[in-house]
Write a protein of this length. Structure first.
Length: 448
């Protein structure tokens, strides 16, 4: 009876945590999606394209300095708690490490900005890179706090921080876009500055929440200090996995406009419709399912540490993810047209038709990418994030080769990016599933 009660309690804690992050992610993404309505009206398709040109390199640097942090820190924190140790030692070591890494990312973005804006053929967005650069450091620090709280199975701080992040960004962003509506380039630069301001406010909120956590009562068996190499050993492969998608996005931002420019009158606008329009819409259900991935890490890491049933936990997380994201994918396909017309009302009829087609074509990726996200988290929780990195590397290499071929054909045009993306995430899903089954089977054999 006690065993069943503990299982129900464990599932309840998992679902509660997943719901908190899912709710926070959903609210944040809805705010972000609604933000696109007045934003697109104010800066237009070309302004949206300029805005999206800056984001790939930002996402790339952010991934190196921040994106892989929450899952790796969550795993180390959950393991330390399961061992009865002091989990604040994990936070202290990680914070020192990633402040320096985040600062390096901010400086690197500022240094490469002139060269990158020139390579993209849009030197007018140079100041936008400078305005966005501080966010790399700020998000790095925020991510350490998020990972620590998630490892303690406290998902509310992450959810709250995501909502605060969006609200502040939207507030400043719309103000700046309105004030500088006569100059698209200036509006875009200040829109990027609003991102940095939002991260500064979010960091303040996370610090306030952390200060309200009671200090632990230390004992001789608290586990001691956590070595920097321990954090790096887990964080590097997780970061490598996380970096691949934004790295691919950066490559897309350079290759796709040039390939489309061979026959399209406004290649930047077409690329903006894909990356700033369709991908944004598709990422809404993916961000909701991020809660399931985040909640899976402490659950599976604890089960692995205490000899629990790994496969059962993996399939439980994957099943819920597939159910939620599957419904979302169908909804996106069926209601793509009304959704796009509500969110992107200022686009021309031709642009709207292209965007509707892109959302429909990409709808399947809402399912596969959500499942990849959860399966990658499961691999991280089992201490094998390098497997997730390998599968994503294979998948995105295939994606690049496919769209380079398809984008040369005017009859396929920007839809080649959507088709290639669908195939890539399907490949990553299958490989991650195989890896999870292999690792859990090997773990079970060792225990027998």
């Amino acid at each position: 009876m006690r065993s069943k009660a503990k299982k129900r309690e464990s599932k309840g804690a998992f679902l509660k945590g997943a719901i908190w992050i899912a709710a926070g992610g959903f609210i944040a993404k809805v705010i972000g999606a609604l933000y696109r309505i007045p934003l697109t009206n104010l800066i237009g398709g070309h302004g949206l394209g300029l805005y999206q040109l800056v984001y790939p390199v930002y996402c790339l640097l952010l991934t190196v300095s921040a994106t892989g942090i929450p899952s790796s820190i969550a795993k180390l924190t959950a393991e330390r708690i399961a061992q009865g140790g002091n989990d604040r030692a994990v936070l202290k070591t990680a914070m020192k490490l990633f402040i320096w890494i985040g600062l390096a990312g901010t400086l690197l973005m500022a240094v490469i900005a002139p060269f990158l804006s020139k390579a993209q053929g849009s030197e007018e967005v140079l100041l936008g890179y400078y305005a966005l650069a501080p966010s790399v450091l700020l998000v790095s620090i925020i991510s350490v706090f998020r990972g620590w709280f998630q490892g303690r199975n406290r998902m509310f701080p992450t959810a709250l921080s995501e909502v605060v992040e969006q609200v502040v960004k939207v507030g400043f962003g719309l103000l700046f876009a309105y004030l500088f509506r006569e100059s698209v380039v200036k509006a875009v630069i200040f829109l990027l500055l609003s991102v940095s301001l939002s991260e500064l406010v979010t960091l303040l909120v996370m610090w306030i929440i952390f200060k309200r956590v009671p200090a632990p009562t230390l004992s001789k068996n608290d586990g001691g200090r956590v070595a920097v190499k321990t954090v790096l050993k887990m964080s590097i492969p997780v970061t490598l996995n996380s970096i691949l998608i934004p790295l691919s996005g950066l490559l897309d931002s350079i290759l796709a406009p040039r390939l489309l420019g061979g026959y399209a009158s406004d290649a930047v606008a077409l690329f903006g419709l894909f990356s700033g329009g369709a991908v944004t819409v598709i990422n809404l259900p993916v961000s909701v399912c991020y809660g399931l991935a985040a909640a899976s890490i402490p659950r599976i890491a604890t089960a692995r540490e205490k000899g629990g049933k790994l496969r059962k936990n993996i399939f439980f997380s994957l099943g819920i993810t597939a159910f939620v994201s599957g419904i979302s994918a169908v909804g996106l396909y069926l209601f793509a047209e009304p959704a796009v017309k509500i969110i992107f009302r200022s686009l021309t009829e031709e642009e709207l038709n292209v965007l509707v087609g892109l959302v429909k074509a990409l709808s399947v990726s809402a399912l596969t990418l959500s499942c990849v996200q959860t399966l990658s988290a499961c691999l991280t929780a089992q201490g094998k994030p390098q497997y997730a990195a390998l599968s994503m590397m294979i998948a995105l290499t295939a994606k690049t080769g496919l769209y380079v071929f398809w984008l040369r054909d005017p009859s396929v045009s920007v839809f080649g990016l959507a088709y290639a993306t669908n195939i890539a995430y399907a490949v990553a899903f299958l490989l991650d599933l195989v890896y999870n089954m292999y690792i859990s089977k090997r773990k079970r054999k060792k225990e027998q």
